[in-house]
Write a protein that binds this ligand. Sequence first.
Ligand SMILES: [Zn+2]
Length: 368
Amino acid sequence: MSVGFIYSENLIRELDKNVKIEGRSEMVFSLIKSYGLFENKNLKLINPVKSDDKHLKLFHSQEYIDYLKTCQIEYVESEDDFGIGYDCPYIEKIHDYVSTVAGASLTAAHLINQDMFKYVINWNGGWHHAKRDKASGFCYVNDVVLCIMKLRQKFSRILYIDLDQHHGDGVQEAFEFTNKVLTLSFHKYMPGFFPGTGSLEDIGKGIGKFYSVNVPLKTGIGDKNYVLMFSSIFSKIISVYKPETLVVQCGADSLTGDPIDISNPFNLTLEGYTKCIEMVIHTQLPTVFLGGGGYHLANSSRLWCHLTALIMAEKLKNDIPEHEMFLRYAPDYELCIEAGKVRDKNSLEYLDKTLNTILNNLNNIKID
Ligand SMILES: [Zn+2]
């Protein structure tokens, strides 16, 4: 069965309006193309449909959507700015941007609902911080929540996995009162680090208690310890929750050397992500794969190109093929990246304690 791959020139143009990741979308697609994957019969390019307001309203408030339509640069930094202006700079025709970004992930969910693909990839999605009526952390629309809401029309147990260096706060907040969506987020948790939520004690509310799972990690975590945590928690969730479908946010800022917080980085390589995604694929469950953060543009492209091939069950050679953006992969022009020389501040004792708490909490999961 082929893999659905969300792609359009318009998507690239719109994503470029987000100054934090300007040029990233094109780089990712160029690299994937350079390996010939666009000509591979197992990858089916899908032109996404732009979202209408009705679909945006599956999560966002009418007031926020109306604001995005009328928002002009001179209004920003007022009292009632819906989050536009601070870490989400004003962008032109912001409502078009939001409808395009949301539409791409809604299209992915639609394809899964229609049983057209087992796996659908949208590397331009994964904007996990946006709130119901607020832009946050470079995220103007929460396409992840919208994607999950769309999947809810068909599926009654959805597992959301978030590999971004930041806590998936917007997604958790949207679903913390329900047991129909279990959110699992691996992220850095330390004083002053955005968004500041996602502690071990943060486990969901009301009927959703125990259905928000947070794995707070310290700086410097490498492949081995990360995969150890992922595999124990993921396999437990699969066995106790028995999700029907998965949404995986593959934010690339957990990679070594990501500049978002260069003095306190994570230290993952492609290998760590690969092991996690292999376990996801092994379940054979229908899955939407999304992007997310990732501020080292060449490394983000390396990761998502590598994962595209992995999901297609293809192997890529390590030497990056010559293409229009080849020079951006200097000095080694290779796909693989080396782990950095940073100390892993996650002691085995800390990881063990964290893991035990999470596994104990998961014993409370009940399915109807
Ligand atoms: Zn992030």
